[in-house]
Design a protein around this ligand. Structure first.
Ligand code: SOE
Length: 378
């Protein structure tokens, strides 16, 4: 008997529209799922480009107005991969129309937007999820398993950073396609919502809730031409942010993100130090987990670099043969797989409510950068 379809209505065809489309297109080839995803509709304002995207990825049809997309009864799931200022309105309308909703991170531009989105999906009782994809890099999922099994023992330290260098040029404009992340009105914030949100999502998944934070931010380039208005305008986003955090389990943390770390493109690293063991992971080497186990025999004790390619590593039995690694795009495929599997059982995380918790931490970090005080993070 053929499985029921899961008809996807994708909003947005940028970088994230591509990662999400690829996930839904590939997932059924590798995972046994209760429903078969179908790329039903791509929705974007530019009809010509939307048609070209539909042709390339195999979408059945095109809409240029997301309201029309939501009205369609041949779509089950609305996936929001458009800029941050569109998330709230689309997600709430989709939930009210009874659609499942997936949303690119961060959920809202701030926690009050996110809270309204949480209320809408919970009131409607529709399945929902936010694309914090790094949880589903197999090495990171393995870190979660090791921590949950108690292998690290009591955790003392969590350390994360996400470094980039793509906005150093003062000539780079803000706003418009590809550059909306520099426009506060669209993005909500700079590196705090864009990069630290990833670090915080992973951190709270691995190490539990964050109690309080104190942070500092800087905007190195104060004015930039705006692509849409043509005028030189004040830059409202944070170019760099560093913060300290106390977790509810008593561990201490440092977090840093910047787009001004010359030479680094997407250096997301995390390190966790426990009583019995430590873990280190680096996105630039994402198929490895560095692991130090203090219970090893002293003469051979040291950091091991575990190549995460074996069938007993998370997700890896679905891919190739031991020794052959996978990459960035697979984290989205795993997320799509878990979402679809969760439709027939326990809902997969992070839900909108989980992502609201992340936005509450980013709000607290930005607030503390202004107040110069410690701020509660929940
Ligand atoms: C920014 O450059 C960005 O694309 C983020 O928006 C993504 O969420 C991150 O995964 C990679 O960097």
């Amino acid at each position: 008997m053929s499985k029921p379809k899961l008809r996807i209505g994708m909003v947005g065809y940028g970088f994230m529209g591509r990662t999400h489309s690829n996930a839904f297109k590939s997932v059924g080839q590798f995972f046994d799922l209760p429903r078969t995803p179908e790329l039903a509709v791509i929705c974007a304002r530019d009809e010509g480009r939307a048609n070209a995207f539909a042709e390339r990825w195999g979408y059945g049809s095109v809409e240029t107005d997301w309201r029309r997309l939501i009205e369609r009864d041949d779509v089950d799931l609305i996936d929001i991969a458009s800029p941050n200022d569109t998330h709230k309105e689309i997600a709430i309308a989709a939930a009210e129309a009874g659609k499942m909703v997936m949303c690119e991170k961060p959920l809202g531009r701030n926690s009050s937007e996110s809270r309204a989105m949480v209320e809408a999906v919970e009131k409607a009782g529709v399945a929902n999820m936010v694309w914090y994809n790094y949880r589903r890099v197999p090495a990171v999922t393995l870190a979660k398993q090791l921590i949950d099994e108690g292998k690290l023992g009591r955790i003392f330290h969590y350390r994360a950073k996400f470094l980039q260098d793509w906005t150093i040029s003062a000539d780079l404009p803000q706003g418009g396609e590809g550059l909306w992340r520099l426009d506060k009105a669209v993005a909500g914030s700079g590196v705090t919502g864009d990069l630290l949100a990833h670090c915080i999502d992973t951190a709270m998944w691995l190490n539990g809730g964050i109690d309080s934070v104190t942070g500092m931010t800087e905007t190195f380039i104060k004015e930039r031409p705006h692509t849409l208005t043509g005028k030189v305008e004040k830059v409202g986003i944070d170019d760099a942010c560093a913060f300290l955090a106390r977790f509810e389990n008593g561990s201490l943390a440092t977090f840093e993100a910047t787009r001004y770390a010359r030479g680094h493109k997407a250096l997301y690293t995390l390190e966790i130090n426990g009583e019995n063991a430590s873990i280190f992971w680096d996105l630039h080497d994402l198929h490895r987990l560095e692991y130090f186990d203090h219970s090893d025999e002293g003469r051979v004790r040291g950091w091991r670099s575990v190549h995460i390619t074996d069938g007993d590593h998370p997700y890896m039995d679905k891919w190739w043969v031991p020794g052959l690694q996978i990459g960035y795009e697979h984290s989205f495929i795993h997320q799509a797989a878990d979402f679809i599997a969760g439709l027939n059982g326990e809902a997969a995380a992070p839900t909108f409510r989980d992502a609201l918790a992340t936005d509450m931490v980013t709000d607290a970090v930005l607030k503390s950068a202004e107040t110069r005080q410690w701020e509660p993070a929940h």
